[in-house]
Design a protein around this ligand. Structure first.
Ligand code: NCD
Length: 313
């Protein structure tokens, strides 16, 4: 298994499968009265977050604590980055304090790869600009496997702001490698031109997408990344592309609703639908911790899964 996790584009089907399998083993650990194993005892992990985050950051930190790693949190605001320090200097100074792994989120695509070129630590991508968010892609697949058994031949529609979404890219690579059929749905202005080469169906009408799909992975409209009018008004977007119970009721089948969070309730997803029986949104969050434990463990290079999930010291 290649030692960093930069994106699902660079992972084989077998690597993805082994991370998912380990994710389910760690989920069992999390259901124990003491949800903690000594797997990464003595290892030091730095969480290097240059961009805002709630779920991903807390999820990685909890995963590290559940594995008994020592963790250090860095956020760009309040650090020497605001005094003009370069990224290379920041990481080399942190590494000089003897660390083993770095979990990085950054607004620029390619930063995790850049870090692999200037340090010896293992780098895990927690979201780099519009590029990839591999652990989100993996936890989404894990949640689908848990609910539906397999993703092979499953029809998954990714809805909304594909243009600005690293979650969409990681989902497409991961799902396609495991044999799922993927479609995109949104206004043409939010679907990148190169999407036609991704081997996906494209729908510009949400009703058609709902008729085709079994799963809707609804994305947040990333308003902070949009600098020009890519859709007329929020109201019109909600009307045309917002996923609502009424639109789901037009088809006579069970649909699973996912969302990576944070949700703009009432915009891309109807308020009550997010909490309905269709939704697996909180399962995604729960599975995120187990899946990130799996990734940290497998990338750290320590021993076998049986040892990893055993409580013996
Ligand atoms: C996503 C992200 O930051 O890429 N959120 C997440 O990690 N759960 C998606 C988003 O911000 O909309």
């Amino acid at each position: 298994m290649n030692e960093h996790l930069l994106g699902l584009e660079y992972c084989s089907k077998e690597e993805i499968e082994s991370m998912l399998k380990a994710g389910f083993s760690f989920k069992e650990v999390l259901s124990r009265p003491i949800p903690k194993v000594p797997t990464l005892r003595g290892k030091t992990v730095v969480n290097l977050f240059f961009e805002n985050s709630t779920r991903t950051r807390i999820s990685f930190e909890l995963a590290q604590k559940r594995l008994s790693a020592d963790t250090v949190n860095f956020s760009a605001s309040g650090s020497s980055v605001s005094k003009g320090e370069s990224l290379r200097d920041t990481i080399r100074n942190i590494e000089a304090m003897k660390i083993d792994m770095v979990v990085v989120r950054h607004q620029s695509p390619g930063v995790p790869y850049f870090l692999t070129q200037c340090t010896d630590s293992i780098i895990i991508n927690a979201g780099d600009g519009l590029h990839e968010h591999p652990t989100q892609g993996l936890l989404d697949i894990m949640t689908l496997q848990e609910k539906l058994g397999t993703v092979k031949d499953l029809k998954v529609v990714i809805v909304g702001d594909i243009l600005h979404s690293r979650v969409a890219r990681s989902n497409i690579y991961g799902l396609q490698k495991l044999g799922a059929k993927v479609a995109l749905c949104g206004p043409p202005t939010l679907i990148p031109v190169q999407a036609e080469q991704w081997g996906v169906e494209i729908f510009y009408n949400i009703e058609d997408a709902i008729r085709w799909g079994e799963v809707l992975n609804v994305l947040r409209l990333q308003l902070e990344r949009q600098h020009s009018g890519l859709f007329p008004t929020r109201r019109e977007y909600a009307h045309r592309f917002g996923v609502t119970l009424e639109k789901l009721r037009q088809v006579d089948k069970e649909i699973t609703i996912m969302h990576p969070g944070p949700i703009n309730r009432g915009l891309e997803l109807e308020h009550d639908l997010a909490d309905s029986e269709f939704s697996v949104i909180l399962d995604q969050v729960t599975n995120g911790v187990a899946l990130r434990m799996a990734v940290l463990y497998l990338k750290s290079g320590v021993s076998t899964t049986e040892q990893a999930i055993s409580q013996k010291k």
